[in-house]
Design a protein around this ligand. Sequence first.
Ligand code: GLA
Length: 551
Amino acid sequence: MFKYFIYIFIILIIVFIVGFCVWALIKKKSGICPFCVIKQYMLKSKLTIKVSENEFYDGGDAQTPPMGWSSWNTFRNNIDEKLILETADALVKTGLADAGYKYVNLDDCWHSSMRDDNGRLQGDLVRFSSGIDWLADEIRSKGLKIGLYSSNGDYTCEDLPASSGNEKIDAETFARWGVEYFKYDFCHNTKIPSVAPLVEAIELKQGNSIKTYSADKAKLEGMAKISKDKNLKTGKYLSFLGHGKGKAVFEVDCASDGDCDFTLCIKKCGRYEKYLVVQVNDRFYEMFIPFTKSWTTGGRYQTKIQVKKGKNVIKLFNPVCTRADSSYIQYKRMGVALKNAAGDKKITFSICEWGRNKPEKWAWNAGNLWRISPDIIPNWRWINVLYNMNIRLAEYAGPGHWNDPDMLEVGNGNLTYEENKTHFSLWCMMAAPLILGNDIRKLPDDKKTLDIISNKKMIAINQDMAGMQCVRYKKTPTFDFLMKQLADGSVAICIYNKKKNTKKVRISKENCPAEMPENSRKMKEIWTNSELSFGDILTLKGHDCAVFVAK
Ligand code: GLA
């Protein structure tokens, strides 16, 4: 009996190996490196594209973490212009606008499921019937700024039209309305294919002159190679340009500076979409090739490129290997569109891909802030999880580029006073964006919440110009000890009681950071305004914290 199991096992292994070889051969014949395909699935989504280290997105106004309000946490899909204007008024009346909360952000569901006759996004025809441009003017007239939302996919998370493929037109619409904050979600996102088309030739047309460069005119880099196919006019085509593994480089001659019609002549293959970057000198153009039906052998895909008189270098490649590569390119595309559309105005760009693809490694190049986690909810355990995810990312934050552990839930759900206070303190210490998520109109009757979110000293710590995110310099089962270095050389210290019950902690040398100025003697606890000195014992209720600045 056992013998038969062994035979079956061996047969299965042989079937698997033969199957794998056939599959690899098919891939190879289609100009795709089979090992790159396997690697793509085995690699954790890590950026493989090189991002130049000092190239930060500079299209936004985020030298300090952005502050404002967003409709999502409380109102979800139930928003209209009346609510937005009442909220804007309440921000002003409560003094929150003066405290720094300037953005009024309409999250999902501000818009109609129908684009207008010119293909532009438009506000919900009933709920925002006066138009978003009118609303934006109203918001600005109160000294505030409007923020809008879309998704880096075909639809938003509430299944309304989104901006993938419409980056330019949508960015222009937002800029025309004077939008100053833009959140870009990740729902209905499709990964850019890692596969490149098989290229038979490129054609350049300027005026009446058409020049054709066949595959064998290209210099090959990396794994790129030339394959033969006698059904093609030229008999040759370029393959292995995908998965960031190969490049084909053409040197072309152009008669004059300016626009040029670029045609990519491909050999059809495979019922899957393909992607190619056409780099012309230092500009990049993207081409998407749909999955092909093979009634004929070749296809022609076109784009307009800018060339200069004389010699130009055209490189063809597909740099996408992982999901992170794809996200980076897609978010960068929107960042560039926003920057171009805004001109000398600023649009703060909030990337919201939920930390899926390690955005801290690339998002600073594409936008100003990036969500590092799934959505927040007003539940202490979950808020604590988000805090723990974000606290590790201190090295990635700085002026103009921030980790975003999501909008505030202060004043929402059943959080205790201490939890609301600690949530706010942690977010301030972590230099997180302070985007309120509660019903601002109710604040006059909720003094406690109002006091927390308008605490000037905490806001000053968050908005400190040095732009440092706090680090956790000590951790015990009961307490977390955090330190944020401030621009004037002082340090903000936060001691957080993670337990449900009241706990005591001593302000001692061991519990204070080494960076603390040596002569710090008297310090003021920010929430209680009480004097603190070395040797004092702090009593902290469950989930409470103490924050003080040592000069
Ligand atoms: C996602 C985002 C949220 C919110 C909703 C809107 O879940 O993470 O912050 O914008 O979409 O649909």
